[in-house]
Design a protein around this ligand. Sequence first.
Ligand SMILES: Cc1cc2nc3c(=O)[nH]c(=O)nc-3n(C[C@H](O)[C@H](O)[C@H](O)COP(=O)(O)O)c2cc1C
Length: 189
Amino acid sequence: MRVLLVNGSPRNNGNTIRLMNMVAEATKTADTNVEISTYHLNDMDFKGCQGCLSCKKESATGCMFKDDLTATLAEMVKADAVIVGFPVYMGHVTGQYKSFWDRLYGFIGPEGTNRLPAGKKAVIAVTQGVKEPGHYQEMIDLVEGSMGRRGLDVKTVVAGGTKGLATGDIRFESETESRAHQLGQWLKE
Ligand SMILES: Cc1cc2nc3c(=O)[nH]c(=O)nc-3n(C[C@H](O)[C@H](O)[C@H](O)COP(=O)(O)O)c2cc1C
């Protein structure tokens, strides 16, 4: 099983990657044949969508703009499961995540066809200072809806109450940890 992690937090050791790793670790339970690839968007030299619309040509295979994100997008085609994550910034996804998200436009072919192979599952891992997990539901609906339209079966885990930005040592609620674990198991089903 191939699992792709795309971290939209600028902090490579922050709350978001920790939550994502909890989900990823649960995919390994009773299965040694799990291959995990992690991409930290903030470390990559890539741009948001350039609006060239080359991806809408019949001859295109996906996003035709070549930079560091090209390998991540190629891995997304091959992966069985995708775990994306971002911290809420100003009520929304981070800029790094939005630039990645826009590049998924390349998976929409001419006439709205879907270039991503069917049957993939995805988990969206969100961390936020606000304690209530449902506080940014409208924004999360947008992210889920967009991935769903690319053909992915999507579920979300939200870790709230991460105020203070402490690195890697904030205790998540036990319900959040169990949901992360459950979603990792679900990715394998
Ligand atoms: C620039 C900035 C904006 C933020 N905006 C929000 C916000 O609108 N709502 C919220 O609940 N938390 C907000 N936060 C808190 C982060 O979402 C939270 O601490 C998150 O867990 C950080 O993830 P990380 O450890 O992966 O960096 C903000 C943090 C920063 C640095």
